[in-house]
Design a protein around this ligand. Structure first.
Ligand SMILES: [Zn+2]
Length: 155
């Protein structure tokens, strides 16, 4: 990706992560809404339970663009979501990442990590997106995982 489209996206021009978003895309399925963010289950489940948590109220690219109150609410959402994911998929570890190198709208990847996963001991992102292992779940398994995540969030 050349820089000009990124700069435009960072300024919020036609930002695909601004709310409202479609509940289902080629990248995710909607799981639930929190106080200032929404949770989506990534289509690629190479890391079982991999979710994205996206800031909802407006376009923002970085944490420092939030008010202190927005950040406190966002941090609380992150805490709730991580607890729910860990409770459902019982990983060996979890990575929480705010990158924005492709989509510069404030969002976090919550990536459960497993001792048997393809990149244990290292970040998952060292290759281009196109080179990453893509592991879709069967629809029934996917629906079960979404249901379990929703129940954990509501608990
Ligand atoms: Zn945006």
């Amino acid at each position: 990706m050349v820089d000009e489209p990124w700069t435009s996206l960072a300024h919020g021009v036609a930002c695909p992560l601004d709310a409202p978003r479609p509940p289902t895309t080629e990248y995710w399925d909607y799981v639930g809404a929190l106080s200032v963010s929404s949770l989506y289950l990534s289509r690629n489940q190479t890391y079982r339970g991999h979710c994205q948590l996206i800031f909802d109220p407006r376009h923002a690219t970085r944490i420092d663009q939030l008010s202190a109150a927005e950040w406190q609410a966002m941090a609380s959402d992150l805490w709730r979501v991580q607890a729910a994911i860990v409770g459902v998929v019982r990983p060996d570890h979890i990575n929480v990442e705010s990158l924005g190198n492709v989509q510069p709208h404030l969002h976090w990847h919550l990536v459960p990590r497993y001792r048997h996963d393809p990149r244990w001991g290292a970040p998952i992102w060292l290759t281009s997106l196109a080179d990453m292992v893509d592991t879709p779940l069967a629809e029934a398994e996917r629906a079960t995982l979404i249901r379990e995540l929703r129940a954990a969030l509501d608990a």
